[in-house]
Design a protein around this ligand. Structure first.
Ligand SMILES: Cc1cc2nc3c(=O)[nH]c(=O)nc-3n(C[C@H](O)[C@H](O)[C@H](O)COP(=O)(O)OP(=O)(O)OC[C@H]3O[C@@H](n4cnc5c(N)ncnc54)[C@H](O)[C@@H]3O)c2cc1C
Length: 263
C-alpha cells in the first residue's frame, strides 16, 4: 500500500523542515469500537475510543490493522480521520468504504460491531488544514475522499472559524453521498460553507449541480466562484492527478495545492 500526501511544491513529505516528525513515533494501541453507523450502501462510520489519545490535525490518518486468515501477520490499511480534533480527540471517527474483494475494508465496513476492538496507530500525514493555513479553500473529493474534509469542516465549525470552504463532492448517485444529511445541515447553518455535488451515475437528479466525473471545466467554474487560494484534493489517484494539474493550470500557486491519493 502506498501512502502519499503531498504539497506540489514541497515533494512527497510536504514537510521539508521535518517539523511533523519531531513528535515520538505513534505506537499501536487497541481501541474500542463505540459506534457503528451505516452512511451509504458501501460506507460505514466507525467511532473508536482511544486508550492513548494523541493530538492531531484535520486531514491526518490512522493505520488500522486486522488479522486476515492465511496471512502470517495482520494486514494494515490507512484511514483518514473524519472527526474534528477539537474540542476533544479521545474519540476518533473513520469513514470506511467497502472495496469489493479487498482484504481489510469489507471487514471494517460490514462486519465490525460495537464492542469490538481494533488495533490502530497514528496519527500520520502532512495533508492537513487548520486556521494557520488560511483560505478560501476549494476541497475536491470523490467517494471516501470526502472523509478528511469532514474533519476540516467539523473542526472549523467547532472552533467558530469563518474561512470560506467550497466542497466539490463526486458520488455515484444520491444514495451514495457520504454524510449527506450532515452536509445539508452544515451548509444551511454555515455561511462560509458551500457544497457542490456531482453525480456520475444519475444524469438527472436535481440535488446535484453536475452529472459527470470531475473535469477541468467543473473545477474552473468552482475556482472562480469560490475565489479559492488553496486547493485540497483527495480520492482515487487518477482524479487527484488530474485536479493537481488543473488547479495549477488555472493559476493556483503549486505551493497551495495539497493532495492525498487513496491507492
Ligand atoms: C492516506 C490514506 C488514507 C485513506 N483513507 C481512507 C478513508 O478514509 N476511507 C476509505 O474507505 N479508504 C481510505 N483509504 C484507502 C484504504 O487505505 C484502502 O486502500 C482501502 O480500504 C482498500 O483496502 P482493502 O484492504 O479493502 O483492499 P485491498 O486488499 O488493498 O484491495 C484493493 C482492491 O484491489 C483489488 N485487488 C486486490 N488484490 C488484487 C489482485 N491480486 N488482482 C486484482 N485486484 C486485486 C481488490 O479486489 C480491491 O478492489 C486511504 C488510503 C490512504 C493511502
Amino acid at each position: 500500500m502506498e501512502t502519499e500526501a503531498r504539497n506540489l511544491n514541497k515533494g512527497p513529505s510536504g514537510d521539508p523542515e521535518g517539523t511533523l516528525r519531531k513528535a515520538p513515533p505513534p505506537k499501536w494501541q487497541v481501541a474500542d469500537v463505540i459506534d457503528v453507523i451505516t452512511e451509504t450502501p458501501e460506507t460505514t462510520t466507525l467511532r473508536l475510543a482511544l486508550p492513548e489519545p494523541t493530538e492531531f490535525t484535520s486531514g491526518q490518518y490512522y493505520n488500522i490493522r486486522i488479522p486476515v486468515e492465511g496471512r502470517p501477520r495482520p494486514i494494515q490499511r490507512a484511514y483518514s480521520i473524519a472527526s474534528a480534533p477539537f474540542p476533544k480527540f479521545d474519540v476518533v471517527e473513520f469513514g470506511i468504504k467497502e472495496m469489493e474483494g479487498g482484504l481489510v475494508s469489507p471487514v471494517l465496513a460490514k462486519q465490525t460491531k460495537v464492542g469490538d476492538k481494533l488495533e490502530v496507530r497514528g496519527p500520520y500525514g502532512a495533508f492537513v488544514w487548520n486556521e494557520e493555513k488560511g483560505g478560501p479553500l476549494l476541497l475536491i473529493s470523490a467517494g471516501s475522499g470526502v472523509v478528511p474534509f469532514m474533519s476540516m469542516i467539523r473542526y472549523a465549525r467547532a472552533k467558530g472559524l469563518n474561512t470560506p470552504m467550497h466542497l466539490l463532492f463526486s458520488s455515484k448517485s444520491a444514495e451514495y453521498v457520504i454524510y449527506s444529511q450532515e452536509l445539508n445541515e452544515l451548509e444551511a447553518e454555515l455561511d462560509w460553507l458551500t457544497v457542490t455535488h456531482t453525480f456520475t451515475r444519475d444524469p438527472e437528479h436535481p440535488g446535484s449541480r453536475y452529472h459527470r466525473r470531475i473535469d477541468k471545466e467543473m473545477v474552473a467554474e468552482l475556482m472562480v466562484e469560490s475565489g479559492a487560494k488553496l486547493g485540497y484534493i483527495c480520492g482515487p489517484p487518477e482524479m487527484v492527478e488530474l485536479c493537481e494539474v488543473v488547479l495549477v493550470d488555472l493559476g493556483m500557486d503549486p505551493e497551495n495545492v495539497y493532495s492525498e491519493k487513496y491507492d
